[in-house]
Design a binder for this molecule. Structure first.
Ligand SMILES: Cc1cc2nc3c(=O)[nH]c(=O)nc-3n(C[C@H](O)[C@H](O)[C@H](O)COP(=O)(O)O)c2cc1C
Length: 188
């Protein structure tokens, strides 16, 4: 079983990528392969209908859709920008939702397990962005897991290697991933 890990940032040293590395370590403990999307794979232009009509869906998006098709679920970790999730994440999901080879793009998401995470350097833990990500994934057809996690002051909480340096948050994330793994396995 495989889960796609989609960051909402392609910034070098992104704290959201650090969070997904922490998630990957934990998924593997439940026998779930973590398919982490890298910054270089998030190179689609800003969506517009003219671009799509002229050149079609970008190859990088087609590859992401194939990976999503092969996965049993998706875990997203996004920065919060002015109370919303990142434009990179919105753009990636919008492109992924477009039809490809006469199939609606949303087919790859349908009924699959989804988990929503966010990391912020501030104390508010990106709490305003989380519900918007839930709505987006739900609109695409995912079964969004009821619990979610925002990590505040994440620069000091998450190491570059994806170690969680705060004992309480470490435990919260471990429990959340264990619960999500159970949820996702039931949906397969
Ligand atoms: C335009 C802009 C708006 C931001 N708004 C918020 C915000 O509303 N809440 C917050 O916690 N951080 C906000 N930040 C800070 C981001 O959380 C920070 O840049 C974060 O490190 C980005 O995540 P990354 O490390 O994964 O790239 C904002 C940053 C930018 C550039």
């Amino acid at each position: 079983m495989k889960v796609l890990l989609l960051p909402g940032s392609r910034r070098q040293d992104s704290i959201n990528v650090r969070l997904l590395l922490a998630v990957a370590h934990r998924l593997e403990q439940h026998g779930i392969e973590a398919d982490l999307v890298t910054a270089e794979q998030l190179d689609a232009p800003i969506y517009d209908g003219d671009c799509e009509a002229q050149v079609g869906v970008p190859d990088s998006i087609k590859q992401l859709n194939q990976r999503m098709l092969d996965a049993s679920g998706i875990i997203v970790a996004s920065p919060e920008y002015n109370g919303f999730f990142s434009p990179l994440l919105k753009n990636t999901l919008d492109w992924m939702s477009r039809s490809q080879d006469d199939q609606p793009g949303t087919l790859v998401f349908r009924e699959k397990a989804a988990l929503v995470l966010a990391a912020s350097p501030g104390p508010m833990a990106a709490a305003r962005a989380l519900p918007h990500i839930r709505t987006q994934l739900s609109n695409l057809g995912c079964n969004v897991y009821r619990a979610q996690l925002g990590i505040g002051r994440a620069v000091s909480v998450l190491s570059e290697q994806g170690d969680v340096l705060d004992e309480k948050i470490d435990q919260q994330l471990t429990t959340l991933i264990a619960d999500f793994a159970t949820f996702a396995k039931k949906l397969v």
